[in-house]
Design a protein around this ligand. Structure first.
Ligand SMILES: NC(=O)c1ccc[n+]([C@@H]2O[C@H](COP(=O)([O-])OP(=O)(O)OC[C@H]3O[C@@H](n4cnc5c(N)ncnc54)[C@H](O)[C@@H]3O)[C@@H](O)[C@H]2O)c1
Ligand SMILES: [Zn+2]
Length: 370
């Protein structure tokens, strides 16, 4: 039985593969390696069916499988949840050579990755992302973490997975709004590095949002390649050369996006916030004379075509957003930093732009501006 699987390598100090395809959960043992006796399967209630398939594949290999149910979505990224995971690992006698598998969206892989990073100072973890955002972003690159009452992702660790398995079949149950949210990160990759992504979405936004379409598969693969390349270059320390902002390029649209998420008390999806954030930085790059008008306009067009917001009318004052941007953990001191484009696939960093230009770009987000 020949299987159509795409493999994308991430060149971290311990290189690993991201597999993309449909119905490939049986490839999991290969990614996990054969040193483990016990495997904990961290999963949320929304993906019980996928988790059960993972559990049966692993049990079929003679592994001692410990199901580790965690709360749905963001509620999993909590110190008390991490503590209950540690307790289960301790009671089941997990050693350095045992492993974890996460099955779920970015929240599940962030929590599960953090538990894997911290248990005995680090055990192997394989991510099985079940959201588009998880596949193209959260599961790749090794950032893990949880939230505290004071803010999101304030506690965490770098811990590269041993492998990532993107089974597109798991996306079939994902609500369309979640799919669109992940598409914001895919479109981001199109603007910062791979414009073919934009062409694919523009050719058929509907096919792009169809889980079993060849178009979505190609989008997922292209977006993962962008992230894998940026992350790999970062490890080779070639990032930042020739004016390329390196890994920071992935932050495109995120400076204002994060400020909006905070202002909205995380009541908006991440992809929705960064969609607005990308329209904003495109406008900022335009008013600072860096980006041409058609490319700036293309942001609205592409994002709008997949149902993402391109205007901001949530009622939050500009001053509040400006204050939020200044305390973003990616800003240095109080100087605002934005990833901007000098053209398609030409990311650069804009530091401390003039406040009047910042506000001018913001005003262009008003719904009436269109
Ligand atoms: N580590 C990183 O580099 C990185 C990068 C980006 C985002 N993140 C983190 O990822 C999280 C967001 O990830 P997300 O958008 O995947 O959200 P999520 O994990 O909260 O999942 C969104 C919702 O979809 C449900 N769900 C997941 N898979 C499903 C499926 N196949 N069918 C039906 N429902 C399903 C979840 O239970 C949840 O309710 C945030 O916590 C963010 O901080 C991390
Ligand atoms: Zn993001």
């Amino acid at each position: 039985l020949s299987q159509d699987v795409t493999s994308i390598r991430v060149d971290s100090p311990t290189p690993y593969d991201v597999l993309v395809g449909t119905d490939l959960l049986h490839r999991l043992p290969g990614l996990l390696g054969d040193q483990s006796r016990r495997v904990g399967v961290v999963h949320a209630p929304s993906v019980t069916a996928s988790a059960e398939r993972v559990i049966s594949v692993l049990s079929g290999q003679g592994l001692d499988v410990v199901p580790i149910p965690v709360p749905d979505g963001e509620a999993a990224k909590d110190a008390t949840v991490a503590a209950s995971c540690w307790q289960m690992l301790g009671r089941a006698g997990f050693t350095r050579s045992d492993a974890l598998v996460t099955v779920g969206g970015g929240a599940t892989s962030d929590l599960g990755g953090f538990v894997a990073a911290t248990w005995l100072r680090g055990v192997r973890v394989v991510h099985v992302p079940t959201t588009l955002l998880g596949m193209v972003d959260a599961a790749v690159g090794g950032k893990t973490g949880i939230n505290t009452d004071e803010g999101k992702n304030l506690v965490g660790a770098f811990h590269e997975p041993a492998g990532v398995l993107c089974d597109l079949a798991t996306l079939v149950s994902l609500p369309r709004a979640e799919l669109a949210s992940g598409m914001a990160e895919v479109v981001k990759c199109g603007f910062i590095a791979d414009p073919a992504i934009l062409g694919l979405v523009e050719a058929s936004p509907e096919r792009a949002l169809t889980p079993d379409s060849p178009e979505l598969r190609e989008l997922v693969e292209r977006a993962i390649r962008v992230k894998a390349e940026v992350v790999s270059a970062d490890f080779r320390e070639t990032a930042g050369s020739a004016g390329h902002p390196g890994r920071e390029a992935l932050n495109y649209g995120h400076t204002l996006g994060h400020a909006i998420e905070r202002a909205e008390n995380y009541g908006v999806r991440h992809g929705e916030a960064i969609s607005v954030g990308m329209v904003y930085v495109a406008e900022l790059a335009r008013v600072t004379g860096r980006l041409d008008t058609p490319t700036a306009a293309r942001h609205r067009f592409v994002l709008d075509s997949v149902g993402l917001p391109t205007t901001y009318y949530f009622g939050v004052a500009w001053n509040q957003l400006l204050a939020n941007m200044r305390v973003d953990k990616k800003s240095r001191g109080n100087v605002l930093r934005f990833v901007v484009l000098d053209g398609l696939a030409r990311p650069a960093v804009l530091e401390g732009p003039d406040e009047s230009l910042l506000e001018q770009a913001f005003n262009a987000l008003a719904p009436s501006d269109r």
